[in-house]
Ligand binder design. Sequence first.
Ligand SMILES: Nc1ncnc2c1ncn2[C@@H]1O[C@H](COP(=O)(O)OP(=O)(O)OP(=O)(O)O)[C@@H](O)[C@H]1O
Ligand SMILES: Nc1ncnc2c1ncn2[C@@H]1O[C@H](COP(=O)(O)OP(=O)(O)OP(=O)(O)O)[C@@H](O)[C@H]1O
Ligand SMILES: [Mg+2]
Ligand SMILES: [Mg+2]
Lengths: 228, 228
Amino acid sequence: MVRLEGVTKVYRTDSVETHALRGIDLVIHAGEFTAIAGPSGSGKTTLLNIIGGLDTPTSGRVIVAGRDLTQMSPSELADFRLHTLGFVFQSYNLIEVLSAYENTEFVLLLQGVPKEERRRRAMAILEEVGLAGFANRRPTQLSGGQQQRVAVARAIVAQPQLVLADEPTANLDSETATRLMKLMLELNRTYGVTFLFSTHDPLVMRMARRLIELRDGKVVSDRTVESS
Amino acid sequence: MVRLEGVTKVYRTDSVETHALRGIDLVIHAGEFTAIAGPSGSGKTTLLNIIGGLDTPTSGRVIVAGRDLTQMSPSELADFRLHTLGFVFQSYNLIEVLSAYENTEFVLLLQGVPKEERRRRAMAILEEVGLAGFANRRPTQLSGGQQQRVAVARAIVAQPQLVLADEPTANLDSETATRLMKLMLELNRTYGVTFLFSTHDPLVMRMARRLIELRDGKVVSDRTVESS
Ligand SMILES: Nc1ncnc2c1ncn2[C@@H]1O[C@H](COP(=O)(O)OP(=O)(O)OP(=O)(O)O)[C@@H](O)[C@H]1O
Ligand SMILES: Nc1ncnc2c1ncn2[C@@H]1O[C@H](COP(=O)(O)OP(=O)(O)OP(=O)(O)O)[C@@H](O)[C@H]1O
Ligand SMILES: [Mg+2]
Ligand SMILES: [Mg+2]
């Protein structure tokens, strides 16, 4: 599903270079449920953004669902994201002028899904993340953790092939986080949605079936764990 | 240091009322180091914002450092915040056009602290949170956890009487979070800075000396814990 070959990312600020990714070689197979852990600044967001075609590597190749992202035009990348990916941003990136419901149904709208089906699916997923009663709220009328869950609902409502989630439980209490993870595990097991998420949360790490550790832009460990 | 008497907060959206706080009576003494835990949507941010004079209660009284916030004008509140409080927002609220250094020194600038002292103190606190090498970065050039630490540096650089921190470790790995908490404990023990912070992080809860639990806008438990 995802193959990275020799991916580097160098940011240049004020003549200072930051090597956010230092030669990542990585394969994520379809159907995996994988967590990426690592200290603050270790490259997790950078890696997810590159896999999601939201950023470009300094060098290397990024193949997702059979396509080399480094060879795609901006409009091809946008089309690829719309039809293949769900993304949960670390800062949520909800559209402030849209309600929780409208944020959630937005991807389905862009995909041309008919209104009634959009409504059914968006409301079902908001119910699953515990927010059915908040559907008409704008992001500024929601708590931090509620916004985070809308971001997750939006990312998974269209059951994309691959979901990239950047710290999807950071602002959630354990019970709400567990509920969310179980929802994602169900999508993985029932529909084969591949999940790759960054996290600091030990609860999330425990529920993953594979744990990759980053440190200073490098993969320092990659192990499969058996979970129940 | 902080006294809340019968504080309620009701948000009205689309004819729907949300009772974010349902009659909070609470005393925080000077020098305490207190965590507030509770599920997503339980009222933590609302409570901190009211104590910090950033929001007004629907009813009740809020007395901080001897002043009733509900009786203060906006300019009195702004002056109170500048000279008494440090605040770490859940979404950081860094000033995007300022560097990490400029964000950090900003409060000292407003307080009229001379340039050399501002520089010394801002760089010292950035060093303490592990970000001395990132001082010239703008927020968009920092990782999520790095931005969070700038937000904390900014809140504590002026050693305010009271620091209110809304989930200050949500985007940090355990090691970085522990380092941050130890820094805050040192300020508490050495300078008597009062800390009140909301959190979902068990690590943070363990380091607090008092743990208040909120549920559906009410305090459901309030216990002092002895820590080493
Ligand atoms: N501006 C607003 N308008 C309407 N409702 C609001 C507003 N702000 C917060 N609320 C609601 O008030 C309740 C408490 O919100 P608050 O942000 O205090 O929760 P919280 O405990 O900080 O949650 P989290 O852990 O998710 O950050 C929530 O149900 C939320 O939806
Ligand atoms: N736009 C940018 N310009 C310059 N440097 C950047 C930029 N974005 C990220 N960096 C730097 O690249 C490194 C990796 O950043 P990244 O956001 O990938 O880390 P992270 O592992 O997600 O951290 P966190 O856990 O704090 O979110 C960091 O040192 C960061 O400061
Ligand atoms: Mg990140
Ligand atoms: Mg909150």
